[in-house]
Ligand binder design. Structure first.
Ligand code: C5P
Length: 228
């Protein structure tokens, strides 16, 4: 039986609050492609472990949870609804508290391995936009367009602040800058899958760009490479 070729993948990696979630969603909507929010998987796992009282340092227990993670991603009019054990956790997942749990489970290589197949399974026709930290460097190394999206820590903290306020969560800007710097340090300096641009990534610094500027830059590049 012929094996279906893997769908075309555009990877969008970058540090926390670089805008990659928003951009990935917009690119996927524009192209009518699927969307993988890989950070959500780490967030789900961190949350699930905490809910079940599993230590975030217990590699083997985390691997077992990662394999059985009872989650569901539902694409609804271009938006993504995320359920954990039958409960809608879409908004709660985005909180700093859960981000912290995610970043702690993400340092374990066996945990990352356990989530690999689940992520690659998203690469189906007509195409996939994959958002994360290691989409271009580890999970989809063959992707024909890899974006590394970044912005200054201050600008990212400001964006995060506005996002949290909009969702009705309390936020403190100075604490967010500090939090973002800590999270960057942890993501960039960890031994396994450290955050860095793939050698063949297109680096976009969005500090002084609007969301539309970034969107058009990526779509232009996809057209130039005849991916769309
Ligand atoms: O992208 P997001 O902020 O949702 O990711 C939460 C955390 O999950 C990150 O800080 C990072 O530690 C981890 N992560 C990862 N690899 C990915 C996506 C997220 O290690 N591909």
């Amino acid at each position: 039986m012929a094996v279906a070729p893997m769908a075309t993948v555009i990877t969008i990696d970058g540090p926390v609050s670089s805008g990659k979630g928003t951009i990935a969603r917009r690119v996927a909507q524009r192209l009518g492609w699927h969307l993988l929010d890989s950070g959500a998987l780490y967030r789900l796992l961190g949350l699930h472990a905490r809910d079940l009282g599993v230590s975030l340092d217990d590699e083997q227990a985390l691997v077992a949870l990662a394999r059985e993670l009872p989650c569901r991603f539902v694409e609804q009019n271009g938006d993504l609804l995320i359920e954990l054990a039958g409960k809608d956790v879409t908004d709660y997942l985005r909180t700093e508290e859960v981000g912290e749990l995610a970043s702690r489970v993400a340092v374990h290589q066996p945990v990352r391995d356990a989530l690999m197949g689940r992520q690659q399974a998203f690469a189906v026709q007509p195409g996939l936009v994959a958002d994360g930290r290691d989409m271009g460097t580890v999970v989809f190394t063959q992707a024909p367009l890899k974006i590394y999206l970044t912005a200054s820590a201050e600008e990212r903290a400001r964006r995060r602040y506005n996002q949290l306020k909009e969702k009705g969560f309390g936020a403190n800007l100075a604490a967010l800058v500090e939090d973002i710097r800590n999270r960057d340090a942890r993501d960039m300096n960890r031994d396994v899958a450290p955050l860095k641009p793939a050698d063949d990534a297109l680096v976009i610094d969005s500090t002084d760009m609007t969301i539309d500027d970034v969107l058009h830059r990526i779509l232009d590049e996809a057209r130039r490479r005849t991916l769309v």
